[in-house]
Design a protein around this ligand. Structure first.
Ligand code: XIL
Length: 357
């Protein structure tokens, strides 16, 4: 507990001048969900009382929706840009960097005393065409990767609490994914990326992030071996991000022991992209199952000393990526398409409020 608090509060003090401390003190009356002023306590405040953050992804086009922004900036303690820090958005031509869209989100978060997770630096998706269609030697590719990481992390130095330095490096069987990075550079690109990010912002918490590593299994075993080997080589790795793109009624039962084994390696863990999708349409029974599923995930995090926080991959069904990618599925988030709280919201609030220290 002490270590987690120190980690979170120290990071928060760096990025936002100690605002997390005041958030942590803004709390509820015992057992209640009302602040002293009579307002409902937010998920961000409830999580802060447990020494965690509760956050949401967002994306620039959504920021013109004022009712959406009002909830984004009041309910959550953390924001992750859903797209605007990715390679295609930040280095659209070789050596030409554009941070305006990401800056917009970072300054919005800072205005509202929210911490920011940077997402992401090395991935195989959403890369610019000049990179995927280009022909480079391994040495050139390594220099391109270094320049990208150093430039982006330096730009946000002091403003980003944590970075998903490497995103989705593994196959389902736990072996390394054959990406353009792996194929040219071997697995050493992972340690290099972490070292460059650390050089550019020594205070940022550096993560490897992946999906289907939430519970015990072959892929999570692969991540465990990777992190263990990085730690053994003193590579600056601070955390493992479990994306948490989950399916209704199929939440792994081993999230807690899985998180615990990573923590024993000496890293933080976080749920970085939580959503729990269902076959549409919604109904009351599915909503109830989803509430139970959200409860399981949040409870697991609260039971693990160094599970530092949870981020939903956008907080509302209005802007969730799920229907666009998984045909016939959706309704995966805690707020409906009209920005109304669903049973999943109330389940999260109550488990955050009820959990004893
Ligand atoms: C998604 C975004 O939400 C979409 O808007 C975009 O079209 C595709 O990417 N895992 C990740 C995220 O690490 O970056 C992905 O975000 C969702 C899956």
């Amino acid at each position: 507990m002490a270590q987690r608090m120190i980690t979170l509060l120290a990071a928060a003090a760096v990025v936002m001048g100690g605002a997390a401390t005041s958030a942590a003190h803004a709390g509820t009356t015992a057992g209640g969900r009302l602040t002293a002023a009579g307002a409902e306590t937010t998920l961000g405040q409830l999580a802060a009382e447990r020494g965690r953050y509760f956050g949401s992804a967002t994306d620039n086009p959504e920021l013109s929706d004022a009712p959406y922004v009002a909830i984004l900036t009041s309910e959550f303690g953390e924001i992750t840009p859903g797209n605007s820090m990715k390679w295609y958005a930040t280095e659209p031509s070789p050596g030409v960097f554009t941070f305006a869209a990401a800056d917009t989100i970072v300054s919005l978060a800072r205005q509202h005393h929210q911490i920011v997770r940077g997402h992401n630096l090395v991935w195989h998706n959403q890369l610019p065409a000049w990179l995927t269609a280009g022909t480079f030697t391994p040495a050139q590719l390594r220099q391109i990767l270094r320049r990208h990481i150093i430039t982006e992390v330096s730009h946000f130095r002091g403003k980003v609490y944590s970075w998903d330095v490497v995103n989705e490096p593994l196959n389902e069987d736990g072996t390394f994914r054959q990406t353009m990075w792996y194929n040219a550079l071997g697995s050493s690109y992972i340690a290099d990326a972490l070292r460059w990010a650390h050089e550019a912002d020594p205070h940022a918490r550096l993560y490897i992030n992946d999906y289907n590593i939430d519970g015990l299994g072959a892929k999570s075993d692969g991540m465990y071996s990777l992190v263990k080997s990085l730690k053994r080589q003193h590579v600056p790795i601070d955390g493992v991000g479990m994306q948490g793109h989950l399916i209704l009624g199929q939440v792994p039962t081993t999230i807690e022991p899985n998180m615990q084994r990573f923590v024993r390696l000496g890293v933080d863990v976080a749920v970085t992209e939580l959503d729990i999708r269902m076959n549409l349409p919604r109904d009351a029974a599915k909503d109830a199952q989803q509430a139970a599923d959200y409860t399981s995930v949040v409870s697991a995090c609260l039971a693990v000393r160094r599970c530092v926080g949870i981020t939903v991959w956008d907080y509302t069904d209005k802007y969730s990526w799920i229907p666009g990618v998984f045909a016939g599925q959706g309704a995966a988030t805690p707020y409906d398409e009209s920005l109304q709280k669903k049973p999943a919201y109330f389940a999260v609030a109550s488990v955050l409020a009820a959990h004893s220290r």
